[in-house]
Structure formats: C-alpha cells, structure tokens
Design a protein around this ligand. Structure first.
Ligand code: FPP
Length: 249
C-alpha cells in the first residue's frame, strides 16, 4: 500500500517510533537503567492511547533491535521480563480500545513462554478493527529485506517465478507490514538522528522527526508536536511542489 499525501493539518496514518533515551533518563536521576525502561513502558502506554484517541491506523514501536542483544546480559533479561509483564498487563486495555497487537521480527531467540504469549496476544486481538500496534522485537530492516529475498529465491528455485519478474512491487509484497499503510511519520526520541536498521524498506517516503526529548518524558503533547510538524510538510513523492499544489487544489 502506498502512503497518503499530506495537506496542511493532516494526521499521519501510520507512525513508526524509535523509543530512545530510557538509559539516559535513569542516569540523569542517578538511577539504574532498568528504572528508565520501566518509565519507558509508561510513555509507551500514553503514546499508544493517544494514537488510538487521535484515530491513527497503525503505530510501530521499536522495542528491541537485533543489535540490542549486545547489551549487558542483565539488561537483556530485564527487557525480556518487561515484555512478558507488559504483554499480560496491556491485553485488557487493548481489547477495550478495539486495538490489534502484532509483532514483527525474528522470534526464534525468545523463550518459548514469551513466544507463546506473543501468539496468544496476536490471536486474542486479531479480530479487533481499531488501531494496529506493532511491536518490533528482535527486528532489523536488513533482516526483513533478506527474508523477502530468500522467499523470492525459493520461488525462483522451484520454477514458479522468473528472475526478470522480480521488481519493487513483488519485494514489497514479501516485506513485513505490507498489509498496513507505509509509515507516514517516523519519530526518534533521545537526540540521535539515525534510523538504526529500523524499517529500511518501508520508510522510503516517510517523513522523519527527531526530538531531544528522552523517551520516558515523551507524552501526548510531544506526539501532537510531531503531528503538527508532519502536517506542515509538503510530501512530493518525486513530483514538483507546483504539481503537488495543483493536485491538492
Ligand atoms: C532505548 O533506550 C530503549 C530500548 C532499547 C528499549 C525500549 C523498551 C521500552 C520502551 C519498554 C518496554 C517495551 C515494551 C514493548 C514492553 P536506551 O536504553 O537505548 O536509552 P539510552 O540511549 O539513553 O541508553
């Protein structure tokens, strides 16, 4: 699916977020890093609820990258525990809000219990028709593209597909989240201005918004500020500004 054009004041349909700055938030308060992650869960709850209230179609949140395994073992353990706890504690809220929960990423390294909880959550919320909340867990954009390439290679090897038939549209159909609108807006908190192997394919035309705000401090007003910035941008998708204005007129 393609992204929507944005005219002034329009909201994004799909927002992708890198929730960065939990560790620094804790350090600023002389607290251990886990406190930052716990506070980060509160921000996650606020932001998802606000996305639901503002009528977004989807939100994709980067909870754990394929590179995050390099962190100290204790921090990785704590993050895994936090995922399990949050999964259980948020189900009612998601159901009450008619929201769907999905996961994207390679689940194989997660514990069988966590994997089971992920499947359960997806099944329980699967028939809801409101906002889709996607948690990117052990996700990497390059992993995603490599997966799509492998699936197509299998088709070619089986003689069901000719190499010359492979184009961007076909890759798109094999990439994660192909059934959702492409992210219109990407937000990264915590001051770094990079996409860190997030949705590399999906964000070809996404508007980027970076803020110094540390993730645990991110709230409804901060999300609205990002929406306002998005609403003021002219998205051209390769066309000229004049062409876009004529189409919008
Ligand atoms: C980045 O901050 C944050 C993470 C790697 C984890 C994100 C997790 C949460 C917000 C809470 C749990 C999420 C779910 C889905 C239950 P950082 O630790 O890299 O911060 P720093 O850059 O200041 O060190």
């Amino acid at each position: 699916m393609s992204s929507s054009d944005s005219t002034p004041g329009t909201l994004p349909r799909h927002v992708a977020i890198i929730m960065d700055g939990n560790g620094r938030w804790a350090k600023n308060r002389k607290l251990p890093r886990p406190f930052g992650h716990r506070e980060g869960v509160k921000a996650l709850r606020r932001v998802v609820q606000h996305g639901i209230d503002r009528g977004l179609d989807a939100m994709t949140l980067f909870a754990f990258s394929s590179e995050n395994w390099r962190r100290p073992a204790l921090e990785v353990k704590l993050l895994m525990e936090l995922f399990s706890v949050v999964l259980r504690s948020e189900m009612k809220r998601l159901m009450d809000n008619n929201a769907r929960l999905r996961f994207v990423g390679d689940r194989t390294p997660f514990s069988p219990r966590l994997r089971e909880a992920m499947i359960q959550a997806e099944e329980t919320t699967g028939r809801n028709t409101g906002m889709t909340v996607v948690i990117a867990a052990n996700y990497g954009g390059r992993w995603d593209i490599a997966n799509a390439a492998r699936e197509l290679a299998v088709e070619v090897a089986a003689g069901r597909l000719q190499p010359e038939d492979i184009d961007a549209g076909l890759i798109q159909r094999h990439i994660s989240l192909a059934d959702l609108p492409e992210p219109d807006l990407f937000i990264r908190t915590g001051g770094e201005e990079r996409i860190s192997n997030f949705l590399l394919w999906q964000m070809a035309y996404t508007e980027f918004y970076f803020t110094d705000c540390l993730w645990p401090d991110f709230d409804e007003a901060a999300l609205d500020a990002a929406f306002d910035s998005f609403g003021r941008r002219q998205r051209r998708f390769g066309r000229t500004g004049d062409q876009v204005e004529q189409r919008g007129a």
